[in-house]
Design a protein around this ligand. Structure first.
Ligand SMILES: NC(=O)c1ccc[n+]([C@@H]2O[C@H](COP(=O)([O-])OP(=O)(O)OC[C@H]3O[C@@H](n4cnc5c(N)ncnc54)[C@H](O)[C@@H]3O)[C@@H](O)[C@H]2O)c1
Length: 259
């Protein structure tokens, strides 16, 4: 029997990308998966693809009531919540002098306040042995021109993870995060589809390739299972070594291309 077999698992942002790859792996390892996403139709389709006991719920992480209802409803219907993965995120870029406050606020609301709602309401229904994992970013430690809101929110999420681990340790709940580099998902096609930007990412990644969602899913499985039962407050780099070099100047490339 696998280490997550039979565990009730909520994957927020599970309808796409890293969340979907993780949901597939956790389900294959025997977890009972709830795909929770703002895109209700896609979440329902994904739950249908998983089959078995998988189900879907619409949630908006920026809306605390919606997050509370997700966790209380899941615990009530399925008996417990044992594993939570939070993948919701957005990057609305712009140089600071040009960045409108609404874009800044939206990025923080989704990436940081949303994660706070998820950790808070997840932990309230969890018991000893449970695990919460959030997806932060290489930009939690590596600054990128034009990504002020995203870098600030993801750095905040790394610290939020550590504070939550400190507070929840005595309940036996582990809280960790993963910081991926460039992973091929719909979120980053605006980067991977521009050859000069893609080349810069490759040059700045010692292992010389982009990540795949499955690369991150393997780390999610580890942090969600008892294999990591003495790991909490960890922010794990999964990036082909990109944290050892520098973040590409995406905005400069875009400015050059637009003449
Ligand atoms: N792809 C990358 O290169 C990369 C790198 C580092 C970090 N990340 C982070 O990984 C996470 C997942 O990104 P991805 O690349 O898989 O993106 P994705 O766009 O493929 O998936 C994100 C999912 O989140 C859902 N979502 C968006 N807003 C939501 C909300 N308010 N409430 C609930 N769900 C919502 C979307 O509907 C979508 O299904 C994000 O937090 C992102 O910042 C991605």
């Amino acid at each position: 029997m696998s280490a997550v077999s039979g565990r009730t698992t909520v994957v927020i942002g599970g309808a796409s990308g890293i969340g979907w790859a993780s949901a597939q792996l956790l389900a294959a390892e025997g977890a009972t998966v709830v795909i929770a996403d703002i895109d209700a139709d896609q979440a329902a389709a994904r739950a249908g693809e998983l089959g078995g006991g998988a189900r879907s719920v619409r949630v908006d992480v920026t809306d605390e009531e919606s997050v509370r209802a997700l966790f209380e409803g899941t615990a009530s219907d399925l008996g417990s919540v044992d594993i939570t993965l939070n993948c919701a995120g957005v990057n609305l870029p712009g140089m600071i002098v040009d960045l409108d406050a609404a874009s800044w606020q939206r990025t923080l609301d989704l990436c940081l306040t949303g994660a706070f709602h998820v950790i808070k309401h997840s932990a309230r229904v969890m018991g000893a042995g449970a695990a919460i994992t959030s997806i932060t970013s290489l930009n939690a430690r590596q600054p990128a021109a034009g990504f002020a809101g995203y870098c600030a929110a993801k750095a905040g999420l790394a610290m939020l993870t550590q504070v939550a681990a400190l507070e929840l340790g005595e309940k036996g709940i582990r809280v960790n995060a993963i910081s991926p580099g460039l992973v091929e998902t719909p979120l980053v096609t605006g980067l991977t589809s521009v050859p000069v930007i893609q080349d810069d990412f490759t040059d700045n990644t010692p292992l010389g390739r982009n990540g795949q969602p499955s690369d991150v899913a393997q780390a999610v499985l580890y942090l969600s299972s008892d294999a990591s039962s003495w790991v909490t407050g960890e922010v794990l780099d999964i990036n082909g070594g990109a944290h050892l070099r520098r973040y590409p100047d995406v905005m400069k490339h875009l400015a050059t291309l637009s003449g």
